[in-house]
Design a protein around this ligand. Structure first.
Ligand code: RIB
Ligand code: CA
Length: 313
């Protein structure tokens, strides 16, 4: 009996790839019901292809991969090739996967899985723009009680944005979707840049994984090395933050993190603040808390877990 039954919604994406690998390397604790993909770092055609390639690379062609939204709810699509490369998995040689893409749309898959889940419910882990999750929230409100919790990577409050001074990519890409998810009423744990900037992969981490792991780990180790622009030089030479795997690491080792219960809303109109996650740290709005905002991360502990698990693949 695993502790967590999850659907992983993502936009692979170099750090999404680490979240997928960590999940697949942890079958004792996590049952991965399926992967749903969304347009984000690169277009949907590539995020769904990358998800299938990664499942095959990790020896799990049994995991159903579904394609979801190819654009945000109302806005034009944005991408992040400068961080993830044109393939979305820069640094990795991506083989064309042989495992099929499922015919069912991701939103229908999530909805049907929730409808069929027992009282245990399903944890939704979201590592990309929240378009698919928002469509479930709006199209199928009756299944929401079966959402055990939402664990998402997105947003920023204290350390400054990575797309604008106040907005993080996943939220900024589809602010309307994010606003709907934060208002859905289900338990939400948020891994914003406030937390993920404490989880830095450095030059020795890739080497450690290469020395510990087999062929799969050898290929994935490049994802622990920085690539592309991102926040150039902000984290020291050769270091890069690992955003998405923090969500899965929390499911596996919650003690590696600390969080605070806060009210959070998403700005959907501001000329300079579009996509900002507005956290009411001191309760000045009088609004009830709707999220657990992760404020502290044991970066070394997360990297140790990531390397130990991925070396198993
Ligand atoms: O801002 C970081 C987030 O945006 C990560 O999920 C990364 O994969 C991109 O989707
Ligand atoms: Ca992502």
């Amino acid at each position: 009996m695993t502790s967590h039954r999850i659907i992983l919604d993502c936009d692979p994406g170099r750090d999404d790839a680490l979240a997928i690998a960590l999940t697949l390397a942890s079958p004792e604790e996590i049952e991965l019901i399926g992967i749903t993909t969304v347009a984000g770092n690169v277009p949907l055609e590539l995020t769904q292809r990358n998800a299938r390639f990664l499942c095959e690379l990790c020896g799990h062609v049994d995991v159903p991969v579904h394609a979801g939204a190819r654009r945000p709810l109302t806005r034009a699509p944005v991408t992040a090739e400068e961080v993830h490369g044109r393939s979305g998995l820069e640094g990795l040689e991506v083989d064309e996967p042989s495992m099929p893409l499922q015919d069912q749309h991701a939103v229908d898959f999530i909805t049907e899985t929730l409808r069929a889940s027992g009282e245990e419910g399903v944890t939704l882990v979201a590592c990309g723009p929240l378009t698919n999750i928002a469509m479930v929230v709006s199209d199928a409100p009756k299944v929401l009680p079966n959402v055990r919790q939402i664990v998402l990577m997105g947003g920023v409050s204290r350390v400054g944005g990575n797309v604008t001074p106040v907005a993080e990519f996943n939220i900024h890409a589809d602010p309307e979707a994010a606003a709907a998810v934060f208002a859905c009423g289900r338990p939400i744990t948020v891994f914003s840049l406030d937390a993920t900037y404490q989880v830095l992969s450095g030059p020795d981490h890739a080497g450690r994984l290469e020395s510990l792991g087999g062929a799969t780990a050898q290929r994935l180790a490049c994802l622990l090395r920085p690539f592309g622009g991102g926040a150039k030089g902000r984290f020291g030479p050769g270091h890069t933050p690992l955003h998405d795997p923090c969500t899965v690491a929390w499911l596996l080792r919650p003690h590696l993190f600390e969080a605070q219960s806060v009210p959070v809303v998403v700005e959907t109109e501001g000329a300079h603040t579009l996509g900002a996650t507005v956290v009411d740290w001191w309760g000045v709005t009088g609004e009830p808390p709707n999220a657990q905002w992760v404020t502290k991360a044991d970066g070394d502990g997360v990297l140790d877990l990531l390397i130990e698990r991925i070396a198993r693949l």
